[in-house]
Design a protein around this ligand. Structure first.
Ligand SMILES: Nc1ncnc2c1ncn2[C@@H]1O[C@H](COP(=O)(O)OP(=O)(O)OP(=O)(O)O)[C@@H](O)[C@H]1O
Ligand SMILES: O=C(O)[C@H](O)COP(=O)(O)O
Length: 865
């Protein structure tokens, strides 16, 4: 709720006018969408409103669509997701929602929303000041907003009744994985909340994003072309690039097919902006007349259209090719189609820009038009956009100095503003809220991607376990996913390091204190079925010692053994379920298994940062069956440090990356090169870099196939102005053993047959100098083979240095990666650095900017989410 309020007020703050905002809370704790009427907020005069913002909107601010749910595009796993689309006379708004979480747990939209205001639009203003102003306004909003607590449709109905909200005339709802969009043109008043299901104007819509034209083309060839060839649909590219739409009856097989393909693609990193829009349904009105808009020579659109020409499948006019009759603008009215799913065109959608019955897809067209067609650009044959949208130019002139920014806005409007290689944009969606009638302000723009993560994290704090109070927790059964995967002695199973158990205590203690019945779960190791050696019994014992209360252990995590113990829990009790990985379904994220895990629990608290990079049943799947679902303290803290502090670091920001191989750190190095001021390299990987520089490195660890990559990374560092610090001397050994003979040599003189196992004393000095003024330091990977005392010096030096800089220089020091954490522990300075991550793989993936499925589910920051 807090997030909604913040968004509402931020939107209002920007727009300075009444705004109806649909807040997509898809995937939030309640799986409900919430509507807010920002017109009830007090108006704030803001100096930040870009002069041209409103003007751009006049060009037809309409976007369309919302992703289908179950088919892998978005939505809750339990299919309860509903998406209500609202329209109100006189109010226009468009949201671009950037889904930061994985597809099954889109929890971050609102937070991201604010974080993605295009700061370029606010040129000349200090970013921090803008952000602060937004936050301040948000604080004000939370005090004033009257619809606090509205989460249920029934409450919305009541709000409409009470006049807080305007009536609905457009809505979408997801059914069986397809988003049906209620058409405009519904009889006035018919589409009140709760009555939506009575409408017959349905149109299924699927959206997908691609990593680029080629991928979209391939997808088209493999999936859409056959559909089209079958005569059940026609595929139409509605936007530049790899954007396509298809109209067809919602044939089940097709949907599944498309859904699977989309799901697969969504797993890949986002490389290039691209979008497939697939409107599937017998909806003649659903695909507007893109071909009727003639791209002018030299225009952006023309070029792109040529480039992606094979994607274009010409829409046909229905039957006689007559202009679209009025009734056909009631989407879903069966007679409107030609019976075989083909699409009829009509003139420019902008011809109906004041027509409230425009279909969703046309909004997409208009959004495109808004972005690319404009007065003076000659890219559209649509009407001048200013007449019917009622915002005066003079008003646009109010804020000076923004003119040149207008282009930035427009460019960002659809896809162009998306930077490549930004994984955060993988799940980007756009959604229109209402149709433009009198003109208003677009709310949210791309892209200040650098700051996205940390802002979402900041906002994510609102959704952690501390938001649940005694009233929410007492008597409730909480399914707590922790990462209690601790190292053990192979023979005795004795726990050799209980850090992860200790790290899980704050959340457990909080839940216990507030009267919850805690059902804790974890995996341990990588068992192939039930196996005593991977039993959580030693963990239960240690947990019990640390908590000072008995912790029961259910002999299985599902079924009777679990259920009987859960049923017997009393307030404040803690039960640990046996290793979830004894069941193969866990790692498959099997929904049925997830359901069984969730059985008997009410609330989901995810605190398993170490496993947050795994989309498993207990980390992600259970979220569909429990509500609310929030992050635990540990997960939140990890995200705050590993994403938040790094994304908006205090500078100088210096990273130390070591470890054995370049190959395992490529992603991290690449990602950090975009953020740090200095990058210190150490560990085994440096020898590949030396080879890239032409040195011979004896028998040191070298990845021959990564030498070119090392060269590239050196170049990238140069081009980004990052100071790359490579050791100047190394400690070499005559064999890889703790008792090897060793000596210090400059890197130019590594003897044949010797191997470098640690950085030398000169290098340690250089590293100390490079760290001296650092305000944020990230360390991932030891600088040498620290497991051997003889070669642990470089690593130890850094550990002590970091402790010193934290304690005496106020530096924020963050250590991620299993071995470097072990090194810090070994050096005895673990409690003197700012943050030690409990996640190995998870922290790496987070640093690489990847989405962490488990992190988003819990309602925490979501990582690359
Ligand atoms: N010069 C070197 N030659 C060979 N191995 C090295 C060298 N320097 C460090 N290593 C080894 O690198 C390993 C750690 O690398 P790794 O990339 O796994 O670190 P990490 O990211 O901290 O840990 P994790 O992968 O567990 O998260 C250590 O076992 C260490 O012995
Ligand atoms: O130790 C870890 O990194 C986590 O517990 C995840 O374990 P996994 O790599 O076996 O999934």
């Amino acid at each position: 709720m807090e997030e909604v309020r913040q968004m509402v007020h931020a939107a209002h703050f920007i727009s300075r006018r009444p705004a109806l905002i649909r807040a997509d809370l898809c995937g939030d704790a309640d799986n409900k969408d919430v509507l807010f009427d920002a017109s009830t907020l007090p108006k704030l005069e803001s100096p930040l409103v870009p002069r041209k913002l409103g003007k751009s909107l006049k060009r037809g601010t309409r976007a369309w669509g919302t992703p289908a749910a179950e088919q892998g595009l978005c939505g809750s796993q339990d299919g309860r997701w509903q998406d209500w689309r609202w329209r109100s006379p006189g109010i226009v708004d468009k949201l671009e929602l950037l889904r930061m979480g994985p597809l099954t747990c889109p929890v971050r939209t609102l937070a991201v929303l604010i974080g993605t205001i295009d700061l370029r639009l606010l040129s000349g203003k200090d970013k921090d000041a803008v952000w602060k102003a937004l936050q301040d306004s948000v604080a004000e909003a939370s005090r004033l907003y009257p619809l606090d607590g509205v989460t249920e449709v029934a409450q919305l109905e009541a709000a409409v009744e009470a006049g807080h909200l305007p009536p609905v005339s457009l809505a979408t709802v997801e059914v069986a994985g397809v988003v049906y969009q209620f058409g405009a043109g519904a009889p006035p008043g018919a589409a009140q909340v709760g009555e939506a299901s009575q409408l017959t104007t349905w149109r299924p819509v699927l959206w997908a994003q691609f990593h680029g034209p080629q991928e979209a083309q391939a997808f088209y060839d493999a999936n859409l072309a056959p559909i089209e060839a079958s005569g059940t649909a026609q595929i139409i590219r509605v936007k530049e690039g790899p954007h396509m739409a298809t109209s067809a009856p919602p044939a089940e097989g097709h949907l599944a097919h498309i859904g699977q393909a989309l799901r697969d693609r969504m797993q890949q990193p986002w490389r290039e902006a691209g979008l497939l829009e697939a409107a599937i349904g017998d909806e003649a009105d659903s695909v507007a007349a893109q071909p009727s808009r003639t791209a002018q020579p030299g225009s952006q659109r023309e070029g792109a259209a040529e480039q992606a020409a094979p994607l274009v499948s010409r829409p046909t006019r229905r039957g006689d090719g007559a202009p679209h009759p009025a009734e056909a603008r009631t989407p879903g009215v069966q007679e409107a189609g030609d019976g075989n799913g083909h699409i009829r065109m009509r003139g420019s959608p902008l011809d109906q820009s004041d027509d409230e019955s425009d279909s969703g897809l046309e909004y997409g067209m208009d959004a495109w038009q808004t972005a690319h067609g404009s007065e003076g650009e000659g890219t559209t044959d649509g009407p001048s956009d200013s007449e019917d949208l009622g915002e005066s130019d003079s008003e646009d002139e109010e804020v000076d100095g923004m003119e040149e920014e207008d282009e930035g806005l427009e460019g960002a409007f659809v896809m162009e503003g998306v930077e490549q290689d930004d994984t955060a944009y993988r799940n980007r969606i756009e959604t229109n809220l209402v149709s433009p009638v009198v003109g208003n302000i677009i709310l949210v723009k791309l892209i200040d991607q650098e700051n996205m993560m940390s802002r979402s994290i900041t906002m994510g704090r609102k959704r952690n376990v501390s938001d649940l109070k005694e009233a929410d927790l007492k008597g409730k059964t909480v399914f707590l996913r922790a990462d209690l995967n601790v190292p053990q002695d192979k023979e005795t199973q004795k726990i050799t390091d209980d850090t992860r158990i200790r790290a899980s205590l704050p959340t457990i203690q909080y839940l216990v204190k507030n009267g919850a019945r805690v059902v804790a779960t974890s995996h341990l190791g990588r068992p192939k079925g039930a196996d005593k050696k991977t039993s959580l019994a030693p963990v239960a014992e240690r947990l019990s010692e640390l908590l000072g209360t008995p912790v029961g252990l259910a002999s299985d995590c599902v079924g009777e053994p679990a259920q009987s113990k859960i049923a017997a829990l009393k307030d404040g009790d803690v039960l640990l379920l046996e290793n979830v990985r004894w069941h193969a379904e866990e790692e498959k994220n099997d929904p049925e298994f997830a359901k069984q895990l969730a059985a008997g629990s009410n609330i989901f608290v995810n605190d398993a940062f170490g496993t947050a990079h795994r989309a498993h049943a207990s980390t992600a799947g259970v979220a569909a069956y429990l509500s609310p679902k929030v992050a635990g303290f540990l997960l939140q803290k990890e995200l705050d440090f590993l994403a938040g502090a790094i994304d908006e670091p205090k500078r100088p920001f210096v990273a130390i990356v070591g470890g054995s191989k370049v190959s395992s750190k490529i992603g991290v190095i690449e990602s950090l090169l975009g953020k740090v001021d200095r990058l210190i390299l150490g560990g085994g990987m440096i020898f590949t870099f030396y080879r890239a520089q032409g040195y011979s490195v004896g028998a040191s660890l070298v990845e021959e196939d990564k030498i070119d990559l090392a060269k590239e990374l050196i170049e990238t560092a140069k081009s980004k102005g990052v100071e790359l610090v490579l050791p100047s001397d190394v400690i070499v050994a005559d064999k890889f053993a703790p008792d090897a003979n060793s000596k210090v040599v400059p890197i130019s003189a590594i003897p044949e047959g010797w191997l470098g196992l640690d950085v030398g004393p000169e290098s340690s000095k250089t590293i100390a100098t490079a760290l001296k003024d650092a305000k944020t330091i990230l360390w991932n990977g030891p600088l040498g083979v620290f497991e051997f005392e003889k070669f642990a010096q470089g690593t130890n030096n850094v550990a002590h240095l970091l402790a010193d800089l934290t304690q005496n220089n106020g530096a924020i020091t963050i250590i991620g990666g299993g071995d470097s954490v072990a090194a810090v522990e070994k050096a005895g300075v673990a409690d003197k650095v700012s943050h030690i991550s409990t996640g190995g793989g998870a922290s790496l993936e987070l640093l690489e900017g990847k989405v962490l499925p488990g992190a988003s589910v819990g309602g925490g920051g979501g990582g690359g989410n």
